[in-house]
Every structure is written in C-alpha cells, then in structure tokens.
Design a protein. Sequence first.
Length: 132
Amino acid sequence: ARKFRSDGSAKKAVEVYKAALEHSPRRQQFVFGLSEAYSELGQHDESIQLLEDVLVGHEHIPEYWLALLASYVNAKDFDGARGVVGRVDEKVEQGQLRLKKQHTNILNNLSKNIPTSTVSSSEIVKGEGGVE
C-alpha cells in the first residue's frame, strides 16, 4: 500500500489498507496509512471518521489523537481541530491520557496550524501528571 501511495496511486492504497484492516482492525500502521491515503485523495471526512471510530475504546493512545488532529488540520476544519485539542486537554486533566514530550511537541506543532489565538498548545499541557 505504501508503494501505491508513493507512486501516486492513493486510490489503490485505500483498497489495500481497507483489506488489511479487515484482518487486523486495530493495527496502527494500517489505520494511519488508510487515513493518510484518504487525505491524499481529498476524502477528509472519511479520514476523520476512521480515526474517530478507532478512538472509541482507545482514547488512551496519543498517536490516534495526533492523527485525528492532523486530519482536521489537513481538512482545514479548524473548529474540529480546536475540538480535538479541547478533548485532549480534558483527557490529560482527567488522567485518562498521558503524553510524552514527543507527543506534546507534535501536538504543539500541529496546533500552530490552527489560525486562532484562542487555542494555545500550552493549555493542553498542564504538567499535572499528564506529561511524562
């Protein structure tokens, strides 16, 4: 599937990733690959829905949140992106999500792409047990 994407055949990559996910529904490599292939095709709604679905029951996995935020930013759905930032902040505050420094760096970099002064990546990282 990666070869199809690198060759510019994101449509074929979507088919391959979907088939792979039928056999391994939670394999991150396949989830992220399918999400990125959708985005390459401009199918941002499908990318976002895939990641929202995968998050159910897996809210403790930072990489899914980061991919979801990236999908909203790529779709230029900045309200959706702000919503993800707020949800991440809430999960961190409640102790349901732990972010390592690498996660906060990625989160901060993605947050810079959200055109508003009301979202501050510093709001996400409170430092109260949420960051390792």
